[in-house]
Design a protein around this ligand. Structure first.
Ligand code: NCD
Ligand code: ZN
Length: 481
């Protein structure tokens, strides 16, 4: 038979297939990057190649909806190649990249530039975020046209110092985006509260790492989540709360969900597993926005993931150099640390400890992100018709996290030295191994594609459309409608 005569390119045998619901032994057949059959090995179509996954669990590749790959503008911290290599090692097959690069992704030209960079360098699939703020409001149609996964709105200042819109501008922004059906992901920390506290702490001479936490108590996030939910409810805009860090935020999130607001949320491993007690040990290395908080927050965050209040996990992969992370004055330390490579092993360690099931991990890392952004069932599923985006996991493999061994250019994190159990050993994106036997496949640079082309946002439901700023400004009393 010639290659074309085979009904499948590849059949993967011997693995345990894990979905958001089940774990079962099954073979997977792949053709042209898509899954064409899942089931008994005997029932698989003839394939040009087979791959033996005996002893491994096969999960839908993770979709990390919050990474900062720094390209263009800060490529000394990371670029699209190193960032997506790190993703591949972390069992992550799709990433959503944040717009706080230079230039900020806020208009058609900067978006086109980032698309060119990502399509040339990415090992894994990606979606691109555009900034939603006063400066980019007029560009919303051009940004949607140019191919984005969604919008990012900075309610508070963080790395990149993108100005946070006033509540008035935010309402208008939600009015403009609601009819597009695109979700607005929110950095939900209220700027005026934390800026005021930070300047008082600076005046008082505080430069220690814990002063960062003191400047951003949970009320900063509580107020922001509640306010964002009110505006989303009014306008019908879909919103997503990034990096939920506190038990207190869960109140306004739960209330909004109960009222029927289209609101989703994520938390990350650093809020589930690190606590304020560790500021002394890590200093600026642990500085991140929002801050790692008191240990008492961890239990409620786990419970909220379990009961669905929090929909997913994401890394907020925020690479910086060791020099940028180890300055003595906390206010001069860049915020964030890498995570795209370590999240899945950290969570697998919790699976090994019995805190959660492997199916929970798939729900939080792949299935729910795919559903929320309209990528399901092309992404986040192992079934016929889905992209063959697969993470091959060895549940027994142990690793001591070593910053120096990370693919990321950022060789500094508060995970350094931590023992984990469970590791992705191969990662496949649309039928091609991008990482195999813990080795990067260099020829898959540029294999990654933007997922906005497969996104289905469904029917938007904007509300109060006769009261939007655009509607009232256009209104001429006395003239016929
Ligand atoms: C992020 C970064 O470095 O880009 N830093 C962080 O502390 N999380 C920005 C952000 O997501 O807030
Ligand atoms: Zn953020």
């Amino acid at each position: 038979m010639s290659d074309q005569d085979f009904p499948a390119d590849l059949v993967i045998t011997g693995g345990q297939v894990v979905t958001h619901e089940t774990i079962r032994p099954a073979a997977i057949a792949v053709k042209d990057g898509r899954i064409v059959a899942v089931g008994e090995e005997d029932a698989m179509p003839a394939a040009r190649q087979t791959f033996d996954a005996t002893g491994l669990h096969i999960l839908p590749g993770a979709i990390d909806v919050h990474v900062h790959f720094r390209d263009p503008g800060y490529t000394h911290k990371e670029d699209f190649e190193s960032g997506t290599a790190a993703a591949a090692f972390g069992g992550v097959t799709t990433v959503f990249d944040m717009p706080n690069t230079i230039p900020t992704v806020a208009d058609a030209a900067s978006l086109a530039e980032k698309h060119a960079i990502a399509s040339a360098k990415a090992h894994v699939d990606y979606g691109l975020y555009a900034v939603l703020g006063e400066e980019s409001l007029a560009n919303v149609p051009a940004l949607v046209e140019g191919g984005i996964i969604g919008f990012k709105l900075y309610m508070g200042n963080t790395f990149g110092r993108i100005p946070s819109p006033s509540t008035g501008a935010m309402l208008e922004a939600f009015e403009v985006v609601a009819p597009t059906g695109k979700r607005v992901s929110l950095h939900a920390e209220t700027n005026s509260i934390m800026e005021r506290r930070q300047s008082r702490l600076v005046e008082a001479g505080r430069t220690d790492a814990l002063a960062h936490l003191a400047s951003r108590p949970a009320v900063v996030a509580v107020e922001a989540v509640a306010r964002a939910a009110i505006l989303a409810e009014w306008t019908g805009a879909r919103i997503h709360i990034l990096h939920i860090s506190s038990a207190a935020e869960l109140g306004p999130l739960r209330d909004a969900k109960a009222r029927g607001v289209d609101i989703t949320g994520e938390t990350g491993a650093h809020y589930l597993m690190l606590a304020a007690e560790e500021y002394g040990r890590w200093g600026g290395i642990i500085r991140v926005n929002p801050p790692v908080r008191e240990a008492a927050n961890q239990g409620p965050l786990w419970d909220a993931l379990m009961d669905g209040t929090i929909d997913m996990i994401a890394t907020d992969h925020a690479p910086h150099t060791p020099e940028e992370k180890t300055r003595t004055d906390i206010w001069t330390v860049d915020c964030g640390f890498p995570g795209v490579e370590t999240q899945i092993p950290l969570m697998l360690t919790e699976v090994a400890a019995g805190r959660m099931a492997l199916t929970d991990l798939v729900r939080w890392s792949a299935y729910n992100p795919a559903k929320v952004w309209g990528l399901y069932p092309r992404k986040g599923a192992i079934q016929s018709g889905a992209d063959a985006d697969l993470a091959f996991i060895d549940l027994d493999r142990r690793w001591t996290i070593d910053d120096a061994a990370l693919q990321s250019r950022s060789k500094v994190s508060p995970w350094h030295g931590r023992e984990v159990q469970g590791l992705p050993v191969h990662t496949m994106v649309r039928g091609r191994f991008v990482m195999k036997d813990r080795t990067l496949m260099v020829d898959t640079r540029g294999h990654g594609r933007s997922v906005h082309t497969i996104q289905d946002v469904g029917t938007p439901s904007p509300r109060h459309t006769d009261e939007t700023l655009a509607a009232v400004v256009a209104h001429r009393p006395g003239e016929a409608a």
